[in-house]
Design a protein around this ligand. Sequence first.
Ligand code: IMP
Ligand code: MG
Length: 176
Amino acid sequence: MKDIKDLKVLIDSKKLNERIVALADEINSHYGENEPLTLICILRGAVMFFTELSKHLKMPVKMEFVTLSSYGNSEKSTGKVKAVNLAIPDLENQKALIVEDIIDTGLTLDFLLKFIKTNCKVKDVKLAVLFDKKCARKFDIEPDFSAFEIDDKFIVGFGLDYNGFYRNLDYIGYFE
Ligand code: IMP
Ligand code: MG
């Protein structure tokens, strides 16, 4: 177990929230205010970003939740996506926005994107992430909306965990 005393602040709560509001503005400008949008939250990491972002969206919004995991209890991806709950309704002729905490190798989002395109009859699906770890990418996939680009360090807080802990922090931290 790592000690919270060794946790350094990377992004404080104020900066996080300001950037999320700005990203919501980008999303509002892209979609406009009239057409409904289904937000798909990837549990559990995206939970804080998802709720915060959704508060600032102006179009009519529906919320769906899926549970996926690729990390197990470590700082490195297992290379396999475990789908714990993938119950997404038909999104026939609808627009969807997947909301994820962080894109790392791209495995998780590549998997979900393909699943939704194949099974949900969606009109359009895009990706919004809080963090883009571009340098770690192994799959050919880019987020449409991204709040922060970060280098290859393991971060926790604001939904992101280490061994299930630290998700509740209102800032982003890292262990040195
Ligand atoms: P990917 O499938 O390799 O893109 O990994 C994405 C998933 O790995 C995210 O949904 C996170 O749950 C987890 N992840 C990747 N990097 C970090 C990190 O720095 N801290 C905590 N979780 C991470
Ligand atoms: Mg995750």
